[in-house]
Design a protein. Structure first.
Length: 77
């Protein structure tokens, strides 16, 4: 995952919480891992599918779309 908005860190926290909950509720670690995978895999796959649109260069692309001729740098705030 691209490091946009701490996405990787956020996903790691969600993964940890999901795995901890699964471990608490399961009789065996293998069962917990299966539950964890069933819950997180679809969400993670969806998030990764969206990643190309959220790549770091996406911000630059958005600015370029909004201001294709650039900015008048002689004007300041």
């Amino acid at each position: 995952m691209y490091p946009v908005g701490s996405n990787g860190a956020s996903q790691a926290i969600l993964d940890a919480r999901c795995l901890a909950d699964a471990l608490l509720r399961s009789e065996h670690p293998r069962q917990a891992l299966m539950v964890y995978e069933q819950k997180r895999l679809p969400m993670t796959a969806e998030n990764c599918a969206l990643e190309p649109a959220r790549r770091p260069e996406g911000v630059i692309d958005a600015v370029e779309q909004l201001a294709p001729d650039g900015f008048d740098m002689s004007r300041t705030c």
